[in-house]
Design a protein around this ligand. Structure first.
Ligand code: BDP
Length: 722
């Protein structure tokens, strides 16, 4: 009976539609390429881009061709007509390196392009209007292709176009803290995407999509294993696996790097020592480098964490960081490889102030590193806290190329549960003035090499991705991967604009949705700081797993692993005195900074308790006492999360159900965890201030003992054995 009402063919079509409807599970990231919804714009682009001609056949140009075919086809709602000569309304893509046609155009903007830059220009050639994506190299043409797609995805209307774009930095790296057993140190989005046991035979589609996503934002290097490295990574078996990955990444302009363990000559080479000045050790590394390049001819280089948190290093043999880094530099130099030597070190003896350690250890070696060594410095002097002042090594080592290291994975920022857009954290540091060479010597100018005139320069981001279907756990955490790439390409880009592009590409171009979502994102990091570590507090999280608040912790082996070491709350006040009255960490900064930060009255309040031990009744700029201001911040942070929930709830009809629901639920957890941070911290600090919560504030629903009794033995991200 029903069959008569609904013919079989219609039922079949409906069924097929249900089966083929693309679930918005987040897998496609910001490369969704759905048909442009605005009819005028669609029509305009359809006319302008009727044919596609990618002139050249290199693997990288093939990637560009595939991406444009898929991307333009999807966005314009019709398959692209592939041609190999000029027609009316053709998108022409190519490079001087591999296209005679492009070279012969003698484009006047070409001299302004660097190696990886690109040009997008509307031209009329032989009387035929066309859009040319040109570059000196194939990889430039690939970047230009992604940029063209971005213009369409974000609904930019352009008639005539001339765009010249060059990356500001040479190394734009994504660093994985992935172990060989596929756990991810500080990873909150599942297991590692790298399936070592199936390599080299099985190439997961995810590797290709990973490379596409990276190339689309200009990332040109990946470190595939944890800085707490396993020496097995340098064994022949694993090098063959790494080579298989490198073969995929190369097609997208991405070089592969490895974290190496300094004691590998002992563990793999069966030598008695890893002393960097020992001839056998030198020979072992040289031979190892030769072997690596045999498998991966364009290998990027080694990343090294040495003499830090139990990792071996040159200091085990009374040698310096420079001795260790230079020895590896010499091994890689004949092949054009580099050494990225991390400055995240702190000595084995508990220091007066851990934030001073890296500077004290590295500054004496300024100018003593080989030309193919770059020192990688975390954004702040402690350890990826929700807010830190910039690391004093930036500006402090003028004769050494320094790289920035940001942490995209949210180890200290609510794991993958809290909605935090990290771009404002990044630009806060990049825009900070080091005064190293007078006013305007920003951190960005240190890391892009312009201040020290270094060709070797760049940024690294510790990846926040895993094998969760949507890559990053929280749907909004994708924005941190995206924004990081955009900022590594151009650190002076507006974070608001980056958020807007990401929202349009990843969610929707609806103007109300974009505006409201952007508002949620732009405030989110400030809000997190308010309910976790306001006014310069730091390192008061749970032991080991770093989940949740634990300001009372005082039992770890080293004093400087314990929260009490950092907040120093007592009956007189709270905060770490780092002025000349205390550890004098401030002396590591330029006089212009010292002058302002030395006095708690002029020190920016966001760093007040980072640099000063301040009395509970200290008068803040708002007129409140310190205690009141602390309470105010913790409460305001929780309220802001509730506000975010409301904004999100109002977006329901503008967004797909699957991701709407994910974010809605995560915001509920975030609210609970923000309340937990607020209550635990204020109850605990109140035992020192002896002051009550200001009237009118909602009261904690548990006492301090309850919060102190909470245990999370299986909180994620702790890694396990590698
Ligand atoms: C710390 C992490 C630790 C990393 C270390 C590093 O807790 O897991 O190994 O940074 O950067 O923040 O080496």
């Amino acid at each position: 009976m029903h069959m008569r009402k609904y013919p079989f063919s219609i039922l079949l079509i409906c069924l097929l539609q249900v089966l083929t409807a693309k679930a918005e599970d987040g897998y496609r990231l910001w490369l969704r390429y759905d048909k442009i919804s605005n009819p005028t714009l669609l029509n305009h682009y359809q006319k302008m881009m009727q044919h596609l001609w990618v002139d050249g056949n290199s693997p990288i140009l093939q990637s560009a061709q595939k991406e444009l075919t898929m991307g333009l086809g999807g966005l314009l709602g019709k398959p692209m007509n592939q041609v190999n000569s000029i027609q009316n309304n053709t998108v022409i893509v190519g490079s001087v390196e591999s296209s005679k046609f492009i070279a012969n155009l003698q484009l006047s903007e070409m001299p302004r392009l660097g190696k990886e830059g690109y040009l997008i220009v509307s031209l009329t050639i032989e009387g035929k209007p066309c859009l040319v994506v040109a570059a000196k190299t194939d990889v430039g043409a690939l970047y230009g292709s992604f940029k063209l797609l971005q213009e369409l995805q974000t609904h930019q209307y352009f008639g005539k176009m001339v765009m010249v774009n060059n990356p500001a930095m040479q190394l734009r790296m994504l660093d994985h803290w992935d172990n060989l057993n596929r756990t991810v140190e500080r990873g909150y989005a599942g297991f590692s995407i790298f399936k070592w046991h199936l390599l080299p035979g099985y190439i997961d589609q995810r590797y290709i999509d990973y490379a596409r996503a990276n190339a689309s934002i200009g990332i040109n290097g990946t470190v595939v294993n944890n800085v707490n490295a396993n020496s097995l990574m340098l064994s022949k078996d694993y090098l063959i696996k790494v080579a298989a990955l490198a073969n995929v990444f190369r097609k997208y302009g991405i070089k592969t790097y490895l974290s190496v363990k300094f004691s590998s000559p002992i563990e793999l080479g069966k030598l008695k020592t890893a002393d960097p000045l020992d001839p056998a050790v030198i020979a072992w590394w040289k031979q190892k480098a030769d072997e690596v390049y045999k498998y991966i001819p364009d290998f990027g280089g080694f990343v090294v964490k040495a003499n830090s948190e139990g990792q071996p290093g040159p200091q085990n043999y009374q040698r310096s960081h420079a001795d260790g880094a230079n020895m590896l530099g010499d091994a890689l130099a004949p092949h054009g490889g580099i050494v990225i030597w991390r400055a995240f070190v702190y000595s084995n003896e508990t220091p007066i102030d851990r934030t001073k350690q890296a500077y004290l250890e590295f500054k004496p070696f300024d100018g003593q590193f080989k030309p193919n060594v770059i020192v990688q410095v975390k954004n702040g002097p402690l350890d990826f806290q929700p807010r830190e002042p910039f690391h004093p090594l930036f500006g402090g080592m003028p004769k050494t190329p320094l790289m920035m290291e940001f942490q995209l994975t949210q180890e200290y920022l609510g794991h993958a549960t809290h909605l935090v857009y990290e771009a404002p954290l990044m630009t806060e540091v990049l825009d900070a003035d080091t005064y190293a060479n007078g006013a305007g010597s920003t951190v960005a100018k240190v890391v892009n090499g312009s201040l020290g005139k270094f060709d070797l320069n760049g940024m690294a981001g510790v990846a926040n991705i895993g094998d969760d279907r949507n890559w990053t756990g929280h749907p909004f955490a994708q924005a941190n991967w995206y924004a990081y790439g955009r900022l590594a390409w151009n650190p002076s880009q507006n974070t608001d604009r980056i958020a807007e592009d990401w929202i349009k590409m990843s969610w929707s171009t609806d103007s109300q949705f974009v505006a409201k979502t952007k508002q949620m994102m732009m405030d989110s990091r400030k809000v997190l700081v308010q309910y976790m570590t306001p006014l310069g507090l730091h390192h008061i999280m749970g032991d080991g797993h770093h989940y949740g608040p634990s300001p009372w912790s005082d039992r770890l082996g080293r004093a400087d692993w314990n929260p009490v070491y950092y907040h120093r709350a007592d009956s007189a006040g709270i905060g770490f005195e780092r002025s000349s009255k205390g550890s004098n960490a401030l002396e590591q900064y330029a006089p212009e900074i010292r002058k302002i930060y030395e006095d708690p009255k002029t020190c920016p309040e966001q760093y007040l308790l980072w640099f000063h031990h301040v009395a509970w009744n200290f008068k803040m700029k708002s007129g409140k006492t310190l205690w009141e201001e602390l309470c105010y911040n913790y409460y305001a942070g929780v309220e802001a999360v509730r506000q975010t929930q409301k904004i999100w709830a109002a977006q329901k009809s503008l967004v797909d159900e699957e991701r709407f629901e994910q974010v809605r639920q995560l915001l509920l957890v975030q609210e609970q965890e923000a309340i937990w941070w607020r209550n635990a911290c204020l109850l605990y600090f109140g035992t020192f201030s002896k002051m009550p919560l200001p009237v009118g504030y909602e009261q904690p629903d548990h006492d301090l003992k309850y919060y102190q009794s909470l245990r999370f033995p299986f909180a994620p991200g702790n890694g396990g054995s590698n």
